[in-house]
Design a protein around this ligand. Structure first.
Ligand code: ASP
Length: 446
């Protein structure tokens, strides 16, 4: 059994968090490979080391003193080392780095030191080998990760050092220059290590006990989801639930490696298990809906033209016009004599009247209607495909609360039902769906 455990910034923010990480790793000998982010926030108003490093670089660029910021970074690392009684020679590390700061240091290299130093400390603390991501994670010159080379490097090195700590978030170009991923990229590194070593599980340790069934800013104390498929997660993330770095899913999904989101501060919680396919025998509560997510402020254009369903050229031409204006189309629904296009208001608000007059002039529709202030709310659940009456139940719950549904769409593979409501009904709709489908169906299992 081999587990890859990735710890996010909040799990590494200070010595106390390091102690929790050690206890977690030591509790299970299968946790052989550890991937770390840079130290994050200890409390709400604290700074993430990565942000401070970016700020240091900006100060260098503008020729302003970076001393105060850089010493905050040094103090954080010295504090962790000294409190844990470690020996890591941070003095030399910082001396070297300070020398480089005055010599045109690249932003990627500087920022990657957050993960690098966190991993150095953690490897000593756990007694695991330190495996530098610069020697394993390969970027090609087009900026993309070369997965095949990276997998081979990690597999080869893990043979020599099966228990290791690797810094997340960065790798190196073929010429050895450090390159960082997009923010939150340590999730990707963890997934890559899991793929390279055919891990039995990829654990992603953070500060929440898994993915919640709804946004806690809208629903009080939403329950965590126990099991979710990658596809369900994708639908939820697309509709606004942010959990994992999108790209981090691919390397584990490809090999059907379960991804478990866990809470470093509550290791007793099982967290959320994300799988390609779920053995429903494992799931106690066969809830119809796995999670709810939504986004506000969409604009809906309804374009009327007789017999649109037999002559669809006007749809193609409208989409082409929107594409030229670089407007994202979220949904299209088609009726006999009309169709709807749903777009984010922020993208069209300054030019919607130009777009409408262009459509009128070029495509000569019978009529155009515009609605804005529309919120889209997705109820996502893999079981809905096979349960008759799912949508009736959902619409019934909203009807009983007098919530006016302005549009309906179904997501891919019938695993989500999306309703459009007025922005002002956004929170009420989510709460109604949550109360109707999550609370009443009871239990803690998803
Ligand atoms: N430390 C980086 C960031 O703050 C990467 C990560 O945490 O995954 O984005």
């Amino acid at each position: 059994m081999l587990k890859v455990a990735k710890f996010g910034g909040s799990s590494l923010a200070g010595a106390e968090q390091f102690k929790k990480v050690k206890a977690i790793v030591e509790a299970d000998p299968a946790r052989m490979c550890v991937v770390v982010s840079a130290a994050g926030k200890r409390y709400k108003k604290d700074n993430k080391i990565t942000d401070l490093l970016y700020l240091t670089h900006a100060h260098i660029n503008y020729g302003v003193s970076y001393e105060d910021i850089f010493s905050m970074i040094e103090e954080r690392y010295y504090g962790i080392r000294d409190e844990l009684g470690l020996k890591c020679d941070l003095e030399s590390e910082f001396q070297k780095l300070r020398g480089e700061l005055n010599q045109d240091i690249s932003v990627d290299y500087l920022v990657s030191r957050g993960e690098y130093l966190t991993a150095k400390l953690m490897s000593e603390y756990l007694g695991y080998a330190f495996l530098d991501a610069a020697d394993c994670v390969v970027f090609s010159y087009d900026g993309q990760i070369d997965y095949e080379k990276t997998y081979a490097n990690i597999a080869a090195r893990a043979e020599m050092a099966p228990r290791f700590v690797m810094p997340g978030f960065y790798g190196a170009l073929p010429n050895g220059r450090i390159k960082v991923m997009t923010r939150g990229g340590s999730d990707i590194t963890g997934a890559i290590v899991a793929n390279a070593l055919d891990a039995d599980i990829y654990e992603n340790w953070t500060d929440v006990s898994g993915i919640l069934m709804a946004d806690p800013k809208v629903v009080e104390n939403p329950k965590p989801i126990k099991y979710i498929t990658y596809q369900e997660l994708r639908e939820l993330s697309y509709m606004g639930a942010s959990v994992l770095h999108e790209e981090s899913i691919l390397p584990v999904k490809e090999k059907n490696i379960p991804l478990n989101i866990r809470n470093t501060n509550r290791p007793q919680d099982a967290g959320t298990m994300i799988l390609e396919t779920i053995d429903e025998k494992l799931v106690q509560n066969k809830r119809l809906i796995t999670g709810i997510a939504g986004r506000r402020s969409f604009t809906v254009l309804t374009i009327y033209k007789k017999h649109i369903s037999t002559d669809t050229s006007i749809i193609r031409e409208t989409l082409e016009m929107l594409e030229t204006c670089k407007v994202e189309v979220e949904h299209i629904t088609l009726g006999v004599d009309s169709f709807n296009v749903v777009m984010p208001t922020a993208q069209v608000q300054d030019r919607i009247y130009d777009i409408i007059s262009d459509i009128k002039r070029k495509l000569k529709p019978d009529r155009i209607k515009m609605d804005d202030n529309i919120a889209l709310i997705a109820s996502v659940g893999r079981r809905m495909v096979s349960v008759p009456g799912s949508s009736a139940k959902l619409f019934g719950a909203l009807g009983a609360q007098n919530i006016n549904i302005r549009m309906i769409a179904q997501g891919s593979e019938e695993i989500s039902i999306i309703v459009g409501v007025h922005n002002k009904d956004f929170e009420r709709t989510i709460r109604t769906l949550y109360d109707g489908f999550m609370n009443k169906e009871g239990g803690n299992e998803a």
